[in-house]
Design a protein around this ligand. Structure first.
Ligand code: 5RP
Length: 245
């Protein structure tokens, strides 16, 4: 069981605790805040076993931080080819999910997050493998800089991974649901599929939309992580790490 409390990552009754991390710089840009929150997530890395690791710039900072304590884990399941390469470059063994079984912890970033820990993910196009690794993990620790926190999901275009031959069919279904699908040009997922980025959504019921989109024939998965959102959301702010709940 990972440590759920510790210096620099704390909880309180209002779920709005700002912890002062020693040496926390006064002025931080978004990348500094990503780096700080990635460092804070080391609290959740168990001693022994295999963890799941996500994709993107915040996850990359986490991999770099993990490398400093790499002897603590037996290895990591990667949510993308890019993440597998970065883990290997640091000498962290990459483990096939089918060999690893249930993972204690999955650490990954997000494009948008609510205080209820529903997420939009997939800006890096790795949403399907990310959703698989999250589903296989007991605790999903989402790490993000505080600019990702929103009241309502949807300003960030929702990524939908689609089987290529179903592109037109799925796009028409999305238009019927009120979205504006835009093909991510020059991009192919690690699974050989395309991404439609859906603009113009105001997602007041993320669970319902996640399920509705998953039922469109030709959709592999969509970037809403609401049915299984993050268990813990860590936000890097300019005054410290905010933890929800
Ligand atoms: C990749 C993702 C990323 O977690 C998301 O795009 C956030 O990226 P970043 O950490 O670079 O802001 O879902 O598919």
């Amino acid at each position: 069981m990972p440590a759920l409390r510790g210096p620099g990552v704390r909880n309180d009754a209002y779920a709005l605790f700002f912890a002062q991390v020693p040496g926390y710089p006064a002025r931080m840009n978004a990348d500094d805040r990503k780096k700080a929150v990635a460092q804070a997530a080391l609290e959740f890395v168990p001693h022994g076993g295999v963890i799941g690791v996500g994709t993107g710039s915040t996850a990359n900072h986490f991999i770099d931080a993990l490398a400093t304590i790499k002897g603590r884990v037996d290895g990591a399941v990667a949510s993308s080819v890019a993440t597998a390469e970065r883990l290997k470059a640091h000498g962290i063994p990459v483990v096939d999910l089918n060999e690893a079984g249930t993972l204690a912890v999955y650490v990954d970033g997000a494009d948008e997050a609510t205080v209820h820990r529903a997420l939009i993910k997939g800006g890096g196009g790795a949403l399907t493998r990310e959703k698989i690794v999250a589903a296989a993990s007991r605790t999903f620790v989402c790490i993000a800089d505080d600019s990702k926190l929103v009241d309502v999901l949807g300003r960030f275009p929702l990524p939908v991974e689609v089987i290529p031959m179903a592109r037109g069919l799925v796009a028409r279904e999305i238009v019927a649901l009120g979205g504006e699908p835009v093909l991510r040009t020059g991009f192919q997922t690690d699974n050989g599929n395309i991404i439609l980025d859906v603009h113009g959504l105001e997602i007041v019921d993320p669970v319902a939309l996640e399920e509705r989109l998953n039922h469109v024939t030709g959709v592999v998965t969509n970037g809403l992580f609401a049915r299984r959102g993050a268990d813990i959301l860590l936000l890097g702010t300019s005054s410290g790490i905010r933890r929800l709940p």
